[in-house]
Structure formats: structure tokens, C-alpha cells
Design a protein around this ligand. Structure first.
Ligand SMILES: O=C(O)COP(=O)(O)O
Ligand SMILES: [Mg+2]
Length: 233
């Protein structure tokens, strides 16, 4: 059963590859780590697809692809070094995707509550959104370490929606990767996919409920899905 239509909907956004094009700063930092261990740098087309499961996975995937086998505690030191360098350069080249700010304005004007549900660590997510002047637009910023579980576990998305004062029956997810689609399906929340992010599987094949080519199309896609009141699963 759906909640009363007067209840505000919560729109939960993924961050890397969905709200913000963070690849340049993330991948520059990966290059620094590869340089430090004396490994060859990897092509950007390859490393872009390694984003999406958090910074630790990115470092791990990058080192593995470069043929470097680093066990703890050396891996932990490299991961710490990655976080330190990335935090210092988090908004050097990262920028919101075209049309994002206008779309957020429009959704807020329609009374929707905006939230972030990302596998980026919470402090890095806040730092990035602060630097870009976007943090205040979101009622909740939930990172990989905000709850005991993280995407694709449904608990990350459900926790984000509930903390924003909503319910999964009147919520949507917007994301760029299989992780986001699986999370939404696990939480039985409809999902809108954007094709400009970071994904191994082409966006059209991710199984989202809607695919939007540009943020100009987001407000209408949101209204369509809320009107349908569909729930996955
Ligand atoms: O930084 C990552 O790898 C994941 O971040 P995302 O969940 O916002 O895509
Ligand atoms: Mg993403």
C-alpha cells in the first residue's frame, strides 16, 4: 500500500558518477599511489570502471590491475595515503554533472526531500559536497561507514530514507552503477539510472526503471515514477 500522496518523497542520490564527476581527482590520486609503489599507471578508460565500490576497492583494484600484490599492513598504509592525498585534492577538478543544480532546485521546489546514499566515506562525501557548495541541499548524507551496512545492502538506502524522514514506499534512488540498481531492488525502491557515470555494464543494461540522458529530464522522470507508485521486487 502506498503512503498518502501529501507525504514528501525522498530522492536518494549516489555521489560518485551520479551527482559529481569525481573521476579526475580519484584517478589522479590512484596514479600517485601507483607512482609510489613503482607500478605503471593504468589507462583512464580502465580505471574509471573501478570506481563505485568505495576507495578501498579502488586502491585494491588498481594495484591488482597493475600486477602489484600488497598485503596488510602495507596495503593499509597505501590506503591511508590515498585518503590523505584525495582529501587534500577532493575538489581540484571534480564538478557536478551538467544540469544537476537546476534539477535539484526543481525537485526541492516541488517539496521533495533530497539525500545522498554513497559508498564514499561519509567525511569525504561531506567535504566534497561542502567544497562544491552543495551540502546544504541534502537532508542526509550517508556514506559507506554511516550505517553498519553499505550498498548493495538495502539497509544503507532504507537507513538513508528513514533518516531523511521518509519511507521506502515513497522514495526513489538515482545512480550510475549496478551497485545502485541492486541496492534499490533490494530495498524495493524504484531507480533512475544516469549514463554518464562509472560502470562496467552499460547503463541501458543495468535494469533501472528509467534511464535519463541529462539532468533536465530528472524532475519529469521522478514525477512519472512517483505517480506509478511502483515498487521493485
Ligand atoms: O567512490 C566510490 O567508489 C563509490 O561511490 P558512489 O557509491 O558514490 O558511486
Ligand atoms: Mg556511483
Amino acid at each position: 500500500m502506498s503512503a498518502p500522496p501529501t507525504r514528501p518523497a525522498v530522492i536518494a542520490f549516489d555521489l560518485d558518477g551520479t551527482l559529481v564527476d569525481t573521476a579526475p581527482d580519484l584517478l589522479d590520486t590512484l596514479d600517485v599511489i601507483l607512482d609510489e609503489v613503482g607500478a605503471p599507471r593504468l589507462p583512464r578508460e580502465e580505471t574509471r570502471k573501478m570506481i563505485g565500490a568505495g576507495a578501498k576497492a579502488l586502491v585494491n583494484r588498481g594495484l591488482t590491475a597493475a600486477g602489484i600484490d600488497v598485503a596488510p599492513p602495507d596495503f593499509d598504509k597505501l590506503y591511508e595515503r590515498f585518503l590523505e592525498h584525495y582529501a587534500a585534492h577532493i575538489a581540484d577538478s571534480s564538478a557536478p554533472f551538467p544540469g544537476l543544480v537546476a534539477a535539484l532546485d526543481e525537485l526541492s521546489a516541488r517539496g521533495h526531500v533530497l539525500a545522498v546514499c554513497t559508498n564514499k566515506l561519509e567525511y569525504l562525501s561531506r567535504l566534497l559536497l561542502d567544497r562544491l557548495g552543495l551540502a546544504d541541499r541534502f537532508a542526509v548524507i550517508a556514506g559507506a561507514d554511516t550505517f553498519p551496512v553499505y550498498k548493495p545492502d538495502a539497509g544503507h538506502l532504507i537507513g538513508t530514507i528513514e533518516r531523511a524522514g521518509g519511507s521506502p514506499q515513497r522514495a526513489l534512488m538515482v545512480g550510475d552503477s549496478m551497485t545502485d540498481v541492486l541496492t534499490a531492488k533490494n530495498a524495493r525502491v524504484p531507480v533512475i539510472v544516469v549514463p554518464f557515470g562509472y560502470t562496467e555494464t552499460p547503463a541501458a543494461e543495468l535494469g533501472g526503471d528509467e534511464l535519463i540522458e541529462h539532468y533536465d529530464l530528472l524532475p519529469e522522470a521522478v514525477e512519472r515514477l512517483l505517480r506509478l507508485g511502483i515498487n521493485n521486487g
